[in-house]
Design a binder for this molecule. Structure first.
Ligand code: ATP
Ligand code: MG
Length: 139
């Protein structure tokens, strides 16, 4: 995957609140092209593997239980400077600190239930995209 791509998930809180459409609209309006997308649900094993980097953190169990609590939308997004620009669009991890106009400011309710995931590096974007999508599912 080239460095103009990032990976996102619309998390269970935002799906349950009916915000899939609103969030996809913000993503489109910010200039990202969707090159892969699916509606799915993570198994416990999936969530533990996806967030393995946080396995030693005190919130790990809570994070895994939250991410498997409902369905998600997973997507690969394309844009120049995708990783950094998407982190700007989603806003700070804690919605109380998220800037106006960001997805988390609009739709996240807490640091744990924060509406969206965004990759934090080109390397992780490639790993995370490949975790969810086969090559033939990416357009
Ligand atoms: P994400 O990786 O989901 O895009 P992020 O990069 O902004 O979020 P990370 O530090 O990677 O934040 O944390 C991963 C996720 O773990 C957060 O999005 C949040 O759901 C959860 N999390 C992080 N810190 C806390 C915390 N202090 N308490 C509860 N949950 C947390
Ligand atoms: Mg992160």
């Amino acid at each position: 995957m080239s460095s103009n791509r990032t990976f996102t998930m619309i998390k269970p809180d935002a799906v349950n609140a009916g915000n899939i459409g609103n969030i996809l609209q913000m993503i489109n309006e910010a200039g990202f092209k969707i090159v892969a997308m699916k509606y799915t649900r993570l198994s416990k094993q999936d969530a533990q593997a996806f967030y393995a980097v946080h396995s030693a953190r005190p919130f790990f169990g809570e994070l895994v239980e939250f991410m498997i609590s409902g369905t998600i939308v997973a997507a690969i997004l394309e844009k120049d400077n995708a990783v950094a620009d998407f982190r700007t669009l989603i806003g700070a991890t804690n919605p109380a600190e998220a800037a106006e106009g960001t997805i988390r400011k609009a739709y996240a309710s807490s640091i744990g239930e924060n509406a969206v995931h965004g990759s934090d590096s080109d390397e992780n974007a490639a790993i995370e995209g490949a975790f969810h999508f086969a090559g033939r599912e990416i357009y």
